[in-house]
Design a protein around this ligand. Structure first.
Ligand code: F6R
Length: 239
C-alpha cells in the first residue's frame, strides 16, 4: 500500500508500473478500467508515449466492463472513454483493444466470448478503481458473486453516482457486462488506485475488513500480488 501526497505522484507511479510491465513482456496484456480515477494515469501514460519512453504496439488490452444498450459512438460508452482518454493518443493497434460489446444481440454468448479471449491472453496487470460500496468492475455487493464475465444489474446507488455523466437518471443504463471477480483475480498483478475522502471508509473496509461478497473488493485480500495506490484522503482511515 502506497499513500501519495500529490495526485500527480500517484498518476506517475501507476503509469511507471504499467510502462514497466509493457517493457518487460513481449506480448503484454493490460486490464483497464474507466471512471474518474484512471484519467490522470492514462494522461501520464500518454506523456510517456509522446516522450518516446514507451511504445504500446505490442500491447493487448481488456477493459473490465461496458454498459448494456448504449449504441457504439455514444459518449458515455466505455469504448468512447477509452478512445478519448488513451487509445487515440498512443500507438496501440485498434485490433488489440477489447471491451465487452454491450450491444451484442446475445449477451450471454458475448460474455463467454470475452472469457474465452481472456483465457487465451491472461492479464499481466489489471488496473482497478473502487466504488463507494466496494464494487470492482460492476461486481456490486451481494450475497453471491459471479466468477466469470456476466451481465450485471446496476445498483440504484451506482446509477445515481454515474448519473452526473448523463442528462437524466433515466438515461443511465440499468445493466452492464462486467468481468467477474474470478476473472479479475486471475490477473498476475492487480493495481488498485483510489482517491478522495469519500472513499476512505470503503478503502479501510476492503483492505482490513472481513473478506465478504458484501464488499467485493475485500476479495482482493486473497490475491498474492495487489498494489494499492491511495491519495492521502483515501488512505486517511488506514493511518
Ligand atoms: C470502471 C469500473 C468501476 C470504477 C469505480 C470507481 O471501469 O469498473 O468499478 O472503477 O466505480 O469509479 P471512479 O474512479 O469514477 O470513482
Amino acid at each position: 500500500i502506497k499513500i501519495f501526497e500529490k495526485q500527480t505522484d500517484l498518476d506517475h507511479y501507476a503509469a511507471d508500473l504499467i510502462v514497466e510491465t509493457v517493457k518487460q513482456k513481449d506480448r503484454p496484456v493490460l486490464g483497464l478500467a474507466t471512471g474518474s480515477t484512471p484519467i490522470g494515469i492514462y494522461k501520464s501514460m500518454v506523456e510517456k508515449y509522446r516522450s518516446g519512453e514507451v511504445s504500446f504496439r505490442s500491447v493487448t488490452t481488456y477493459n473490465l466492463d461496458e454498459y448494456v444498450g448504449l449504441p457504439s459512438g455514444h459518449e458515455q460508452t466505455y469504448a468512447y472513454y477509452m478512445q478519448d482518454n488513451l487509445f487515440q493518443h498512443i500507438d496501440i493497434p485498434a485490433a488489440q483493444t477489447f471491451l465487452p460489446n454491450g450491444m451484442a444481440s446475445d449477451l450471454q454468448s458475448e460474455c463467454r466470448r470475452y472469457d474465452d479471449m481472456l483465457a487465451k491472453q491472461p492479464v499481466d496487470l489489471q488496473l482497478l478503481g473502487l466504488g463507494h460500496n466496494g464494487h470492482i468492475g460492476f461486481n456490486e455487493p451481494s450475497d453471491v458473486l459471479t466468477s466469470g464475465t456476466h451481465v450485471a444489474p446496476l445498483k440504484e446507488s451506482t446509477r445515481l453516482a454515474n448519473a452526473r455523466f448523463f442528462n437524466h437518471l433515466e438515461e443511465v443504463p440499468k445493466q452492464a457486462i462486467t468481468m467477474g471477480v474470478g476473472s479479475i483475480l486471475k490477473a498476475k498483478t492487480i493495481l488498485l488506485a483510489v482517491r478522495g475522502a469519500d472513499k476512505a471508509a470503503i478503502v479501510r473496509e476492503a483492505l482490513t475488513g472481513p473478506i465478504t461478497t458484501e464488499c467485493p473488493a475485500s476479495l482482493l485480500q486473497t490475491h498474492a500480488n495487489v498494489i494499492v495506490l491511495l491519495d492521502q484522503d483515501a488512505g486517511k482511515e488506514l493511518i
